[in-house]
Design a protein around this ligand. Sequence first.
Ligand SMILES: N[C@@H](CCC(=O)N[C@@H](CS)C(=O)NCC(=O)O)C(=O)O
Length: 338
Amino acid sequence: MESPSAAPPNGIVLFTYPLSAFGRRVTYYLQLRGIAYAYCEQPFMLPRPDMAKLGVKYRKVPILAIGRDIYVDSRLILRTLEEKFPEGKLGSDKPEEKFIEKLLEKYMIEAPPVLGSMVGLVPPHLLDVPGFAEDRVGLCDTEWTQEAIIKGQPECLVYMRRLFDFFETTILADGRNWVLNTDKLSLADIEASWPLDWLIDLKAPMPPHIVSEKQFPKVYAWISRFRAALDEAQASSAPKVVTLHGDAATDFILQSDFTQSGGTVDGGDPLGLKAGTEVEVYPSDWASAHRDSGRLIALAPDEVTIAAQSGGGGQEVHIHAPRTGFKVTEIAGSSTRV
Ligand SMILES: N[C@@H](CCC(=O)N[C@@H](CS)C(=O)NCC(=O)O)C(=O)O
C-alpha cells in the first residue's frame, strides 16, 4: 500500500479493519479486479468517529463510499462494484451459474451458524481486548468472554467440519480448480471461500484430526489457489491501494458529488412507503439499535437509499443498504418531503 494524500482513486473509499472477514470479501474482490481505491482503517470496536462525521449510524464494517454515495454491507458493495466496473467483472451471466453464486452468497452470509461458528473459533487471544465483551453484546447470542468462547468451541468445530466436508465432497470432489469449473477464479469462489479462508488464515483453533489439510485436501488446495490468485493480482499491477486517514477520507467524501442517480421508490413495494418519507434503515439480525435515518429516495427489491445528514449537519449523504437482512421502517409522525 502507498500513502499519498491524493484523492481516492476512482473516488472509492473502503472503511474496514484487517481482521474483518466481511471486509476481506471486499478487499479481495478489489484486489482481484485490480480496481484502485483508498483504504481507511476503522477501529475494531466503537466508537468510530469517521462514521459519526459522515452521519452513518450503521455500526458494522465494511462500508464503501463512492463519492458521496455510501454503501453498507458487503453484498451490496460487491454488487455495486460489479455494476460500476462491468469490464472484467467476476460474476457470471449464465442463470445457472448465477444461481449457484447467489445461493452461496445467501448461505454463507444468511445462515446464522456460519458466522456464529467462525467468530466462535477466533483464537481467543485476539479477542482479549478490554471492553470487547461489552462492545459485541448480542452478537450471535453469545457472551464474548474468553471462557465462554473456549467453552463454545466444540460446537463450532462440529459445524465447521461439516462445512469443510460439504465443499470437499460435493463441488470440489471432481478435482476442479474453481467452484464453477471456470478457467479463472470467479465470484462464486469468493462467495464460497471467505469464511474458510479466514479461519485458515487466522490459525483458528481447529485440531488437525478434525479440520486440516489432511482431512480436507481439496478444500485446502482450493484456498491455496485462491491466495495465489490474490498474490498474482497484486504483483501484476501497480499499487492500487492508497491509505487515507479518517479526516482526509471523510472530507473527500463530504466534498464529493453523488455518483449514483437518485432512483425511484417502487410504488408496488410491499412496504407501501412513499418517496420523501422519513425512515429508519437498520440490520434485522444484530446491531439493529444502530439505525440510519433520513428521507427515502429510492426503494428497489434489494436496495434502499436514504438521504441522511452528515454528523455536523449541513451536508447530505446518500446511504444505500440491501433489503436482504435489513429493515426499513417509517419514523412515526414523519412528514413526507419529496
Ligand atoms: N452482512 C454484513 C455483515 C458485516 C459484519 O458483521 N461485519 C463485522 C466484522 S467482520 C462487524 O461489523 N462486526 C462489528 C463491528 O466491527 O463493529 C456484510 O456482509 O457486510
